[in-house]
Design a protein around this ligand. Sequence first.
Ligand SMILES: Cc1cc2nc3c(=O)[nH]c(=O)nc-3n(C[C@H](O)[C@H](O)[C@H](O)COP(=O)(O)O)c2cc1C
Length: 207
Amino acid sequence: MERNSKGKRDKTSARKVVRIPPDTKSVVLGVTGSIAAHKSAELASLLVKQGHEVFVVMTQDATEFISPLTLQTLSKNPVTTSFFDEKENWRPGHIELADHANLLLIAPATAHIIAELAHGLAGHPLAAIALATRAPILLAPAMNGKMWEHRATQENVEKLRACGVEFIGPEEGMLACGYEGLGRLWKVNDIAFRAEFMLARQDNLIA
Ligand SMILES: Cc1cc2nc3c(=O)[nH]c(=O)nc-3n(C[C@H](O)[C@H](O)[C@H](O)COP(=O)(O)O)c2cc1C
């Protein structure tokens, strides 16, 4: 196990091998650099309570908003923050996560990750997983209302929708940036419910 600058063991660089019990669904929960990132903690808990294996993948900026340790504890799995966390397995961990995922859920999804995904960029594990996975993708955007309504963002959203990516929210309300408008992360309970619906849909339980 690696050690950080204080000589302590770096728990977030722990082995990332994906071992999922049969019949368990695997949800990759992407977290990006939004003020709403703290809500991903409750979402991870809900998904675990719903009986799923949850693998959190964070952008570097997301780690400024919420600690990987919090999400590691709540998800009960190691958290991926960098391609270079993955040192023990011959197979890249992000490809393993992409292959085993039954759902990729990114909540909150920044304007930046939406743009990256719309353009097929793969500069960090979360974006690479979104390209490599064939699992359904659900994005829950959160951002300033003007960012959401900007033509560039709306074109990116349309492009992703055309590729089959689904969106939940954002909702209208008071935003952390001080403005009121369309940009708040959708209610976490509803996001978990939609995730459940998308997982069940794969089993043809729901038409
Ligand atoms: C306090 C603060 C709050 C932010 N909240 C958001 C947000 O809700 N949505 C968003 O798209 N960007 C937000 N940003 C800007 C993103 O962090 C920035 O675009 C970053 O590059 C996103 O990177 P990522 O998508 O790789 O995590 C915020 C920045 C700061 C400093």
